[in-house]
Design a protein around this ligand. Structure first.
Ligand code: SAH
Length: 415
């Protein structure tokens, strides 16, 4: 049923060193240094129409065509990039997702209904590759699956194609096919381009890249100021700095009047995306599995940047570092309409354990030929469960009509 041991990004000790060194600001600059075009464009925009919101800044810096972090960068995910994600640490992570998808699909009729597997922000394609391999091992003759990747960056798309698709050239005009299962694979820039139909939506470390507005409570007046990004007038060269808005900004209306927090981050894009996903799974059927770092009703500034695996000043050399903010899972749940229902968030360690990661690790360890590979599996397990296990949260969404089925067979991992 399971596949053999697969070597991942290599040396997990190396990854651990990278992950653990987040306490000092990176001073290093690398070959992927942004050429300053983004900063010049931002400076021109600010001179013309005033300071920008954190959300406008994130959107521009991460996804603006050609010079955005995800649209221009050669490699950002993985040991050679700026940050390492769980699928890159061990095959066990994606295999658990594969078990989850198969299990939930079988509950609603499984291979009798065609399934669209839709992944938002697939990075290097590793998670999906592990999911497809696991699904085709669990259901060897499965057909009727199609793969739909929502990805903004061309270089990311290339990496995804290399990882997921078979080497055989598809006849011109026909879609690429996956190595596992030979399913057709399609790419899109936005979710709204994905054809409608019964779908499972998957998102790992995608929502944290969506723009957030940031607000702080004004101690004297009790009202809200929005955090904005402006040019520092004490520098002749363009240099960015944070300021607080003097008055209410249009986005302030997003804060609920009974919110008692001191710092609030709100992502309208994240809420809109959840609503679109719900709309689809309510009308066409399916489910969603979202995992990211964050929590519920966060009360702090979580907007930050990473470069070469180290924290980086988010206003320096925009476009050369990843920008991110913690995901507010309470806001995602609040965005779900009555016709949809959510389970979670639950922490990563609980989810993976309930999906059988301990047994899987023991099996892989038994197959190991060398001490080195065995240590690698133990370390990656430790990283997924102990070091990242409580920071990352999992949320699943289903149509509310599934309630009677879930009362007897709750969603895997969530109960
Ligand atoms: N899910 C992967 C990668 C996470 S990095 C993993 O866990 O390893 C975020 C991914 O989302 C990248 O592939 C990036 O190019 C993509 N992305 C970021 N913002 C996007 C947007 N607005 N639309 C589509 N893709 C986006």
């Amino acid at each position: 049923m399971w596949s053999a041991v697969r070597r991942r990004t290599g040396d997990v000790q190396h990854l651990r060193r990278l992950l653990c060194s987040k306490d000092k600001l990176s001073q290093t600059r690398d070959g992927r240094e942004n050429d300053g075009k983004l900063l010049a464009n931002l400076a021109a925009r600010i001179r013309l129409s005033g300071p920008v919101t954190v959300a406008q800044y994130m959107k521009e810096v991460l996804t603006c065509p050609r010079s955005g972090y995800y649209t221009a960068a050669e490699a950002s995910v993985g040991a050679a990039g700026d940050f390492v994600t769980s699928p890159e640490i061990s095959q066990m992570f994606g295999e658990c997702w594969g078990v989850w998808v198969t299990n939930e699909w079988l509950k609603v009729g499984g291979p009798k209904n065609p399934l669209q597997l839709v992944e938002l922000g697939p990075g290097r394609g590793t998670l999906l590759d592990d999911i497809l391999r696991t699904m085709t091992r669990l259901l060897p003759d499965v057909g009727g699956v199609s793969v739909h990747l929502v990805e903004v960056g061309d270089s990311m798309r290339r990496q995804q194609r290399e990882r997921i698709c078979s080497d055989e050239n598809s006849p011109s005009g026909s879609p690429q096919r996956s190595k596992s299962g030979s399913f057709p694979v399609h790419w899109y820039r936005h979710l709204n381009e994905v054809p409608r139909g019964f779908s499972f939506f998957l998102a790992h470390e995608f929502f944290d890249a969506l723009p957030v507005h940031q607000f702080v409570r004004n101690k004297e007046s009790g009202g809200w100021s929005e955090i904005l990004i402006d040019l520092d007038p004490t520098h002749s060269e363009p240099k960015l700095r944070f300021i607080r808005s003097r008055d209410r900004t249009p986005a302030t209306s997003l804060i609920s009047s009974d919110d008692m927090r001191e710092v609030v981050e709100i992502s309208p894009d994240a809420s809109m995306l959840v609503r679109s996903i719900c709309d689809r799974i309510v009308f066409e059927g399916g489910a969603a599995l979202v995992a990211d770092y964050g929590g519920e009703n966060l009360d702090k500034d979580t907007f930050r940047a990473f470069k070469n695996h180290l924290p980086w000043d988010p206003l320096i050399s925009p476009g050369s570092a990843d920008l991110t903010a913690d995901v507010d899972f309470a806001a995602l749940k609040a965005a779900c309409p009555r016709e949809a229902m959510c389970y979670g968030p639950i922490d990563q360690a609980t989810f993976l354990r309930r999906l059988g990661i301990d047994r899987r690790k023991d099996m892989l360890v038994k197959q190991c030929q060398t001490e080195d590979v065995r240590n690698n599996i133990e370390s990656s397990y430790n990283m997924l469960i102990n070091e990242m296990g409580s920071r990352f949260q999992f949320l699943s969404i289903f149509p509310a009509t599934m309630r009677p089925i879930h009362e007897r067979f709750p969603p895997a991992g969530f109960q």
